[in-house]
Design a binder for this molecule. Structure first.
Ligand SMILES: [Fe+2]
Length: 388
């Protein structure tokens, strides 16, 4: 997605005859976004990718909203989400708006008997625990702790886990997920001031090409429903493709922090952008080096965006009583800041080992029933002196 990639075999000229050894034609598919204006990939299939045999089931997986309108800060204990065997069933939407959904999942098993496709949204999977392989119709990516996996809408995938102990933080985005525009030049190349470059972005490296006919179950998410579709040809039957629209991986450990003499604002941590939210990575880094600096952040009013912080590892200097796997939600409209004592505690510190993922949404987030199961409803009082 961030730059041109080619995998497998393709003909020298697009939209021309590309034949198998037996003389028959490979089936070409343009896999594009935003009409014909967005990024696209041109893929070549063993069989026509259009062969729907049956649509067996349709059911809603839309989140149930518990608090639509609110102005309260919350702490959510993410690791209290219960592990479940099945990947799709394990995904619990906790926060949502019309642009995106934030999901926690602790899947125990690989997807075995179905393929999955999200036709509504790009998916960003952050791997908090677990290793394995993301298998897609456009090739495979290995993953481990700290990886972001960006899966553009429409990519057909399976996910294989090496063990049962997996924790994922997922953002579904109805707006395309891009690398920030200000990091790129007018050709799209990542610039010198970008905290990562093309070498840090891992592209699919192996194709699974199956020329099989039969009954292949694909679970397609569309408009909040899952449709169980039966295809007559194996969904992983691509012999080659090229273009810009494909899944890729980026490790949070490869994000190079930008530091300064005084406290740097959150945009220096930005990793991905959409026109509806941003994703930032807070990584181990040296603290501010002005002799009078206060490394803890100042109080701030995110007047027009909700701030979601997912705590991954390390000690969170600005917060009291925050553990790995917790989420803080600081809603738009009211200020928040360091907990009592945190600013003083930070003075003189030279570095932090904190690791966290932040999602700032431009529209308010609604809390779901799944969120309320893991919510600390008293968190909003945690800035009072007696809570210090
Ligand atoms: Fe904040």
């Amino acid at each position: 997605m961030p730059f041109y990639h080619k995998l497998g075999k393709i003909p020298p000229k697009r939209h021309t005859q590309f034949r198998k050894e037996d003389g028959s034609l490979y089936s070409e598919q343009l896999f594009g976004t935003i009409g014909f204006d967005g990024m696209s990939t041109n893929s070549y299939h063993e069989q026509r990718p259009t062969q729907v045999k049956a649509i067996r089931k349709q059911y809603s997986v839309a989140p149930k909203i518990a608090k639509a309108n609110h102005i309260q800060s919350y702490r959510l204990r993410g690791f209290q989400v219960k592990p479940e065997a099945d990947y799709l069933q394990s995904r619990k939407t906790i926060l949502t708006n019309s642009d995106c959904s934030i999901i926690l999942a602790a899947p125990q098993q690989s997807t075995k008997d179905y393929f999955y496709k999200n036709s509504d949204a790009d998916e960003l999977l952050f791997i908090h625990k677990g290793t394995g392989k993301l298998r897609t119709h456009l090739g495979n990516l290995d993953f481990k702790y700290g990886d972001y996996l960006v899966i553009p809408r429409g990519v057909i995938y399976k996910i294989d886990f090496d063990t049962e102990d997996n924790r994922l933080f997922i953002v579904e985005s109805r707006r395309p997920i891009y690398t920030p525009k200000r990091y790129r030049n007018w050709f799209g190349q990542l610039l010198e001031h970008s905290p990562y470059c093309e070498r840090d972005l891992r592209r699919p490296y192996e194709l699974e090409t199956n020329n099989e006919s039969g009954d292949f179950l694909m679970k397609v998410k569309k408009q909040g429903d899952i449709f169980e579709m039966i295809y007559a040809s194996h969904p992983f039957d691509v012999v080659g493709y090229d273009g810009y629209n494909y899944p890729y991986a980026f490790s949070i450990h490869d994000f190079e922090p930008i530091t300064g003499r005084i406290h740097q604002p959150p945009p220096v941590h930005q990793t991905f952008e959409t026109d509806a939210f941003v994703v930032c990575s807070f990584v181990p880094r040296l603290y501010d080096y002005h002799p009078d600096s206060i490394p803890a952040p100042y109080n701030h009013s995110n007047i027009d965006s909700d701030e979601v912080l997912y705590y991954v590892d390390g000690d969170f200097m600005s917060r009291n009583d925050i553990e790995v796997g917790h989420i803080s939600l600081h809603p738009a409209g009211i200020p928040h800041g360091p907990h009592p004592g945190a600013a003083e505690r930070s003075i003189g510190k030279t570095k932090t080992e904190e690791l966290a993922v932040m999602v700032d949404t431009f529209k308010p987030l609604q809390l779901t029933e799944e969120a309320m199961k893991i919510a600390d409803e008293d968190y909003f009082k945690s800035w009072l002196p007696h809570e210090a």
